[in-house]
Design a protein around this ligand. Structure first.
Ligand code: NAP
Length: 309
């Protein structure tokens, strides 16, 4: 029987693991499909406190995992495919194996949002991608026009990264003002290779018949005019959706699928706590996820000790 199972191995999950391990709870961390979480797909993280020179996202997550393991956390590679929360002990099913546990910390993070186009689905990994740092350096994108969709920090970051490879980077945004933080927006808009395309949405990605990206069809949301833009790659950075499907109907969620936090990190189920992007659509920073992971670990520890109940 486990004391704590942590579902997710991003910033929130691994920070919870560090705290639980140091509290002698020997936590079991179930990694999910993306150990290290979304931060492993980012380049340099410039705003994590303590790293004035920045730190690579992948390295940061490796360090968090090493820190958690050093204190006794156990990492289990696999996906939590079902949970049973009706009675204690709770059950987490990981790739067919049932694990009994007294408490659970849900830190399952979020995934990239998709545009929802048929052509997007058909051309995924054939020029359509959700991660510039993963795919931007591929030869197919070199010295070619590229499109980034979105207006937030992620879109700006992706566009800036892609200026190293593309001949020009079109930043296609559905409004005429970026949502990104001032510093990121300024960097993007001042870059000579980045050309904003305002008030526009992608309605089709071409060319499904050729099996590769040759361009996008855009619609101007104000005039309704449709135009074609030639490009070799489409990088979609339009936000995230929480990875909470497995908890549907078991833990209270809001209408967008984010797990609702009660007092501290408590969920609607006693002994089940939550941390990070799967319950936060507002801040979504590495440091806030880490902070929430710390809170969840402390709450789980107190619950196990019979405090605050
Ligand atoms: P975000 O801030 O939610 O921005 C998503 C962008 O995509 C918005 O501009 C939105 O348009 C657009 N969008 C959403 N759905 C769309 C659709 N169906 N079609 C077209 N456009 C669509 O997401 P994010 O940029 O991934 O950032 C998430 C969080 O991570 C933020 O808190 C951000 O600060 C943080 N972050 C920080 C850094 C950094 O500090 N270096 C880097 C990356 C992310 P509207 O603006 O019109 O809503």
């Amino acid at each position: 029987m486990e004391k704590v199972v942590i579902i997710g191995a991003g910033c929130a999950g691994l920070t919870a693991a560090i705290y639980c391990a140091r509290a002698n709870l020997s936590p079991l961390v179930v990694t999910g499909l993306m150990p290290g979480g979304l931060l492993t797909t980012t380049g340099t993280v410039e705003n994590f406190p303590g790293f004035p020179e920045g730190i690579n996202g992948f390295e940061l997550m490796n360090r968090l995992q090493a820190q958690a393991e050093k204190f006794g956390a156990r990492i289990k590679f696999g996906t939590a495919e079902a949970v049973e929360l009706d009675r204690q002990p709770y059950t987490v099913v990981v790739d067919g194996e049932s694990i009994q546990t007294q408490t659970i910390i849900i830190a399952s993070g979020a995934s990239h949002r998709h545009l929802g186009l048929e052509s997007e689905k058909k051309l995924e990994a054939k020029g359509v991608t959700y991660c510039a740092t993963c795919d931007g350096a591929l030869p197919v994108f070199r010295n070619k026009p590229l499109v980034v969709v979105g207006g937030g920090d992620s879109a700006c970051e992706e566009a800036l990264y892609l200026t190293r490879f593309g001949s020009v980077v079109y930043l296609v945004h559905r409004r005429n003002e970026l949502r990104a933080s001032k510093i990121m927006a300024r960097r993007a808009l001042e870059h000579p290779k980045i050309k904003p395309v305002w008030d526009s949405v992608v309605i089709e990605i071409k060319d499904v018949d050729l099996g590769k990206v040759t361009g996008v069809r855009l619609r101007n949301v104000k005039s309704g005019a449709e135009t074609d833009l030639e490009c070799a790659g489409v990088f979609i950075a339009i936000g995230h959706v929480p990875n909470t499907g497995v908890f549907a109907g078991k833990v209270e969620m809001d209408s967008n699928g984010y797990i609702v936090r009660k007092r501290g990190s408590e969920t609607s189920v006693r002994g089940v706590f939550v941390a990070g992007d799967c319950s936060d659509h507002e801040y979504r920073q590495a440091v806030t996820a880490a902070g929430m992971g710390c809170m969840a670990a402390i709450d789980a520890e107190r619950y196990l000790a019979g405090i605050n109940q």
